[in-house]
Design a binder for this molecule. Structure first.
Ligand code: ANZ
Length: 920
């Protein structure tokens, strides 16, 4: 294997050709790894083995294959390590990358390393920064469904103000041309911020004090940071955001055309969360102000018996009455600090406070009490709702809890109205007939919705509205190890740098910690200013910045003048097959789609979607080994005897265990406390228990590929990774199984070698039977690869090898194509045999064998024979026999005599090569 890895390194047969129009292109991509200090375990290469098989197969099928690899190399772990040790994250990262590269090379992957990208490399992040500048300099025109330059917007404002502008914007804040022209520079700047696709805003964020940074929603789980598990709180901070919400509808529509797992598409649909409904305005008794609400059920407005504002709603302070103020303030402080996710999902904890104020239902003119409650979120809709307890389960629970009135306005068709006081739950279905509902009484729900929207629009108290749950992406991190923002501040106003000033390189700092005054680490950098002396932004970009468009950079990775050339992009277009984990559904996989659509709209990327087909590889779980310690002693009992004692299970390192039997001596040496351990054995052995769980260092179940390669070789590892099961499935790793695959490789080798291990292949012509074994295998393997079924390919190789061994076939005409067939799976083995067979060049560059359809059909088939429609027996028949011949054979068969019972058949129906029915 070493020999071939060196040859590949020297001859670089896996280089993708630039814009080779003579061959079709195939772009196959792995999610590039974050190079962590722990190196690769056997779970990591699973996806890479699959992509490597396909890349190699496609090359052999005549495609110009782009199969690159790189490193997602900015990120928290290197920085945390730097804080602990003082070592620069660049050094740790470089070290880890070298280790990853070594490990990947040892597995024999056919990556085109000449195209490697690293997100922390200034020549790469220049283009991440460049995209940010473009985002800053554009706004999204909802009319044309495209970003346009800020200059276009400014000249529109100068001529017509906001009139006629349909924009994705942060605030509905209109002005005339005269007003615009009289605004100061500061005010204009502020107004434009509401439009930019990358913008600064005060935002409630997930603040993690332990990490000293803001985290994205998908970086927080149940109130703790996903990395490190530190508590996360809500805090209002000035942040950079990306206006991904402008693309909500297009991100949704694009999903329909993608060949992605349905589960991922569904997760994205829910994350984008489109809902159709209406905005409506409620007056407030005694105030000129109004409350705007968003509802998906305008039909139920006659049943709105109270209103609820998010505790953060701007009107809360104003409308709260003096008697209620104390309680409201207390509640607001408490609710604001609850993580948003908890507020959404914790449906059984009903809390809220009455403000003392009343709203006016615009349809009934009835006064309805205004409450605040944490189940209404500030970031969705308008942060205010009309509550219809009869038809919304959360409102129902709330009304019951606080004893608020409930009015039924929808009945299930055919039912009659009942007293809500007798209900156990609300009637939430979006179907039925309207009751107690004024102008829409008697209507079905759907037409009632349209009727109310029409009514609201006529009266100018509301309008139809589509809302999306998708929020703009918070883009600032108060960390060191990330891309600096190409932004500086002049009189406190943000400006972006010019392209010629990029990349803006990450500066050196004395410590990787926030400053005493709480500013991010970049504030420690000496002279963190433009040449003119303007201070530069101190936040850095988040992890998803560098990974959002890395696939584009691989097309033309050494281009210093452009992100990528038009020519390269026109040729490679987008990724034909992307393989990676499902955990990125609402992170990377949605940001990359957004980023790409933006570059598409600007005319840089030629495809709307980055990844045509996506496969999520399953997770490889660890198979932990457990020993049982008798409580209060240093005595351990074999698994089968553990019930006779009071024991505690302890995880032991899996490297000390073979077929569940513990190497007792190794265990004694593992830790000082076990040096004098005693063991209660079973049949002279100490058997461990096992548990299938996450592969993790702390559970001592991590299996390192290097050790397996050392012992069995890379080809065995590759084949075994695939043999474990379907690529998409989660499955436990069991090192014991690799023995079988290793034996298979030896068997395969012996087809080409005699008992003395001398190369021995015959040039005799193959028999028909031998050819059939070969061609059936070619067909099965080709079809398996095309449908990404690699575990079945490995079994097919095993079956074929056994068969050839049985019939003692060592003919060149059979073995040579077989070598090519196995080459994508076990490339080292294939190259060696290919060379021994006397070929020059790499087996990986030869043509993949094709099957001969005449040689894959079976000679015989199993024919079911029926009498009067009842299947009575089966017979092996030659394929393609004339019907008359079939009739004769069937009637003469001894089994037929019983069913004919001495009679002559009335009719015989023969479906060729399928079935025969005899009518008696
Ligand atoms: C009245 C109503 C009656 C509602 C009814 C539902 C059923 P989706 O589908 O998720 O968009 N809502 C609106 N803004 C909210 C906010 N900021 N926080 C919490 N809830 C909010 O849900 C829209 C519905 O969720 C809206 O329609 C509103 O309640 C509530 F029988 O209005 B509904």
């Amino acid at each position: 294997e070493k020999k071939w890895q060196e040859i590949w390194e020297r001859e670089k047969p896996w280089r993708a050709a630039d814009c080779d129009t003579g061959r079709p292109k195939f772009y196959i991509l792995d999610m590039f790894p974050y190079p962590s200090g722990a190196g690769l375990h056997v779970g990591h290469p699973l996806g890479y083995c699959a992509t490597d098989i396909i890349a190699r197969y496609k090359r052999m099928r005549g495609f110009n294959v782009l199969h690159p690899m790189g490193f997602d190399s900015f990120g928290l772990p290197a920085e945390q390590y730097a804080i602990e040790t003082g070592q620069h994250p660049a050094i740790t990262t470089e070290k880890n990358i070298i280790r990853y590269r070594e490990q990947l090379d040892r597995i024999g992957f056919s990556f085109d390393w000449a195209r490697e990208v690293r997100t922390c490399d200034p020549s790469y992040y220049k283009w991440t920064q460049w995209t940010f500048v473009q985002l800053f300099n554009h706004w999204y025109n909802k009319g044309t469904q495209k970003p346009e330059t800020i200059e276009v917007l400014i000249s529109h404002f100068e001529k017509s103000g906001t009139d006629g502008i349909e924009a994705a914007r942060t605030h509905d804040d209109d002005f005339t041309a005269d007003q615009w022209n009289s605004f100061s520079e500061e005010v204009r700047h502020e107004k434009l911020m509401y439009y930019r696709m990358a913008y600064l805003a005060d935002e409630m964020v997930n603040w993690c004090p332990a990490l000293g940074t803001v985290l994205a929603n998908d970086e927080v789980s149940e109130g703790f940071s996903v990395r490190g598990g530190h508590p996360v709180e809500r805090k209002l901070m000035k942040q950079w955001l990306l206006r991904i919400s402008a693309y909500s509808q297009r991100l949704l529509d694009g999903l329909d055309k993608l060949d992605w797992p349905d589960s991922i598409k569904e997760i994205q649909r829910n994350w984008i969360g489109r809902s159709e409904g209406a905005m409506a305005t409620f007056g407030i008794q005694g105030y000129g102000d109004v409350i705007e609400i968003f509802t998906t059920r305008p039909d139920t407005m006659y049943g709105a018996t109270f209103m609820v504002l998010a505790p953060e709603h701007e009107l809360v302070t104003k409308i709260t009455t003096d008697t209620q103020r104390k309680e409201v303030d207390k509640y607001t402080v408490w609710a604001k600090n609850r993580p948003e996710r908890e507020r959404m999902t914790d449906v059984n904890r009903i809390t809220g406070v009455f403000t003392g104020a009343y709203g006016i239902n615009p349809l009934t003119n009835n006064a309805v009490p205004i409450w605040i409650a944490d189940y209404v979120l500030m970031g969705y809709g308008t942060g205010a709702i009309m509550a219809v307890p009869a038809h919304d389960s959360r409102d129902f629970k709330f009304a019951r809890h606080f004893n608020l009135p409930i009015i039924q306005v929808v009945v299930n068709a055919g039912d009659s109205e009942t007293d809500p006081a007798t209900w156990d739950e609300s009637y939430d279905a979006k179907e039925g007939i309207m009751v107690n509902s004024g102008i829409i009484n008697g209507m079905e729900v759907k037409p009632a919705i349209s009727a109310i929207i029409r009514f609201l629009e006529e009266k100018e108290i509301g309008y139809g509205k589509i809302n999306f749950r998708l929020r703009d992406a918070i883009f600032s991190r108060q960390r060191y190890w990330g891309e600096p923002f190409p932004v500086y501040y002049k009189n406190g106003l943000a400006y972006v740098m010019e392209e010629k000033d990029l990349p803006l390189e990450l500066p050196e700092v004395d410590k990787y910690l926030p400053t005493e005054s709480g500013e991010p680490p970049l504030a420690r950098a000496k002279n963190w200013k433009t040449p003119e002396g303007y201070p530069i932004e101190c936040s850095t970009m988040p992890g998803f910045a560098g990974s959002s468009a890395y696939y584009l950079r691989y097309m033309d990775p050494r281009n210093d003048n452009e992100y990528f050339s038009k020519e390269a992009n026109q040729y490679w277009r987008n990724v034909d097959l992307y393989i990676g984990g499902a955990e990125h559904a609402t992170g990377h996989l949605i940001y990359a789609r957004f980023w790409n659509k933006f570059l598409f709209d600007l005319g840089y990327a030629c495809e709307q979607e980055p990844f045509k087909k996506l496969i999520n590889q399953g997770m490889i779980q660890g198979r932990s080994s457990l020993v049982y310690r008798v409580n209060g002693t240093n005595k351990f009992v074999s698994a089968g005897l553990r019930n006779q004692f009071e024991t505690t299970p302890i995880h032991v390192d899996v490297s000390m265990v073979t077929f569940d039997v513990l190497d007792v001596e190794a265990f004694k040496q593992w830790r000082a406390e076990y040096a004098n351990a005693e063991f209660v054995l079973e049949d002279g052995k100490f058997v461990c228990g096992f548990e299938v769980e996450k592969m993790s260092k702390s559970l001592h179940n991590v299996v390192n590929p290097d050790e397996l390669i050392e012992k069995y070789g890379a080809d065995a590892l590759r084949l075994y990774e695939m043999f474990l099961g379907p690529i998409e499935m989660h499955k436990p790793w069991d090192t014991n199984g690799i023995e079988g695959v290793s034996r298979f490789i030896k068997k395969f080798w012996r087809l080409f070698h005699n008992a003395e291990n001398e190369f021995s292949v015959s040039d005799e012509a193959p028999t028909n039977e031998e050819l059939k074994v070969l061609h059936k295998t070619i067909k099965k393997i080709s079809e398996d690869i095309e449908r990404f079924s690699f575990n079945t390919s490995v079994s097919e190789f095993m079956i074929c090898t056994n068969r050839l061994q049985e019939i003692k076939c060592n003919k060149r005409a059979v073995l040579q194509p077989l070598v090519l067939l196995i080459s994508p799976f076990a490339p080292h083995l294939a190259e060696e045999l290919w060379q021994q067979l006397g070929n020059s060049g790499s087996a990986g560059q030869a043509e993949f064998p094709k099957w001969d359809s005449k040689l894959v059909v079976d000679d015989t088939f199993t024919c079911p024979v029926s009498f009067n429609g009842k299947m009575r027996f089966t017979m092996e028949l030659a394929v393609g026999l004339p019907n008359a011949e079939v009739e004769k054979i069937i009637l003469e068969a001894p089994e037929s005599q019983k069913w004919l019972d001495g009679k002559a058949p009335r009719k015989i129906i023969v479906v060729p090569n399928k079935i025969v029915n005899v009518v008696v």
